[in-house]
Design a protein around this ligand. Structure first.
Ligand code: FES
Ligand code: FES
Length: 188
């Protein structure tokens, strides 16, 4: 089931405004050197092994499209893909990212992701927009797994994402629309 609470953000950050090639570690903190790939770019950054991926992305690398909210794994605002699977970056430690391929909202630039973003715009799948990056990331993971999901599968796919605004109608319509656009792309 999808939950329903409220928050706010700026739309610019939801529009994948930070290019993958702009990933530049700004903060060198500790003895551990994390090596991974972020948005297709190899990254090597000094950090604490227990530092949260959310903080590395936002505070060290300036990738602020990934949102910080509950920080306890409940809201999905911080969702990113790790090796193609959605994970809450607030619950993912640096050492768990070693060698992994991380994709943030800024890195979702493939054709499917663009269709998803277009569908969110067409169907008003955002209100304040704070949850939208996480919703888009989860939708991408859902459609990668199942390009033609039914309503129950959509609700299940977004069950880890909370929107704190008025409801989920536009969001669910957006995911349905994204699936439709997929079908149109395949000529169905
Ligand atoms: S900030 Fe990570 S789940 Fe809420
Ligand atoms: S929390 Fe504002 S659009 Fe979802």
């Amino acid at each position: 089931m999808i939950n329903k609470p409220n928050t706010s953000t700026d739309k610019q950050e939801t529009s994948a405004s930070v290019a993958a090639t702009e990933v530049t570690p700004s903060k060198q903190t500790a003895e551990y050197e994390l090596k991974c790939e972020i948005n297709g770019v190899p990254v090597s950054t000094a950090t604490e092994p227990s530092r949260r991926l959310l903080h590395i992305l936002r505070d060290d690398l300036g990738l602020t499209g990934t949102k910080r909210s509950c920080e306890i794994g409940r809201c999905g605002a911080c969702m990113v893909l790790m090796d193609g699977k959605p994970v809450n970056s607030c619950l993912t430690m640096a050492y768990q990212c070693e060698g992994a391929s991380i994709t943030t909202i800024e890195g979702l630039t493939d054709a499917r992701s663009e269709r998803i973003k277009e569908a969110f715009l067409q169907e008003g799948g955002f209100q304040c927009g704070y949850c939208t990056p996480g919703m888009v990331v989860s939708t991408k993971a859902l459609l990668d797994d199942n390009p033609c999901p039914g309503r129950a599968e959509i609700e299940e796919g977004l069950s880890g994402n909370i929107c704190r605004c008025t409801g989920y109608g536009g969001i669910v319509r957006a995911v349905c629309r994204a699936a439709e656009l997929e079908g149109e792309e395949r000529g169905q």
